[in-house]
Design a protein around this ligand. Sequence first.
Ligand code: ASP
Length: 343
Amino acid sequence: MKNCKRVLIIYTGGTIGMKKTENGYAPAAGFLKEALLAIDDMRRPELPSWELIEMNPLLDSSNVAFTEWNAIARVVYENYSDYDGFVILHGTDTMAYTASALSFILDGLNKPVVLTGSQIPLSELRSDGRENLISSILIASEGIANEVSLCFSGRLLRGNRAMKMSADGLMAFDSPNYPHLAEVGITVRYNFGALARPSGENGASDLHLRPFVNVPIGVLKIFPGMQFGLFEEIMTERLSGIVLETFGAGNIPMADKELLPIIKSAFSSGAVITVCSQCPGGTVSLGTYETSRGLKGAGAVSGYDMTTEAAVAKLYHLFSLGIPSRRIKELMETNIRGELTRA
Ligand code: ASP
């Protein structure tokens, strides 16, 4: 039976459409389109009708940042009423950052935006791209997961909960702190309890773009023996938002007494320091241990079970809204797009 839905595929770059060059894999304009047209299944009537937009330039996702996040979101926004859903083909390396960013930029989203890609290019024999792409197109057309999601190797994940877990395995993504939105097996089994509910009245909502501006943000990973004093200058003067990747439930070494005063002065000069965990699973719980108690008193906020990717995107989002840092601090601890769970 003919599928009458319409899906827009947006190719941003990444392995799925890359070509082998003498300098290694790199994206090439027009190459993905050729690869798609060579797949007979892409013309089957059960598949929604699709169109392709290629971003310019095509990028390895290591080179994707806030300018590209804004540009991708704008393509969705400008085509929003013409399609039932959107598939964003993207490199895997920073796909979880882009998925997190889009979840904040696309405010009021009520259609599927599915990010996918592959570990092996579509043009190669063992590519995982074909299955990821076809499943994503179908999911994008169904109008069930009406949020930013990431589809990879049989899993549909919430975009701002996803993490890249493997550099070379085909099961490259997971969301350790949030149930899968769907299992993509013989059928697509949605986990209805985990899906986002539309935010507007009667389930309807208007899409608004909330583009990011270039906010100075840093991620600092704590390690045993870290000399915090070395980071003072960037923490107090240069960075507006800092994600502190701490041990376990939010713990930091206490022997070096320099961190808490640095956090205090960073906070009083308007910086927002968010405590996330180096553990992929579980939540930050400031004050459970003596080694985390001081962070709260110094003005840091808890990122609870947010991924670093989501915390970075959320800092961009909130600072770009131009709201006071006290309010940003409150909102960092509040669930606004399904990115965080507070016990
Ligand atoms: N380096 C590539 C990228 O992120 C890796 C991939 O697509 O899998 O663009």
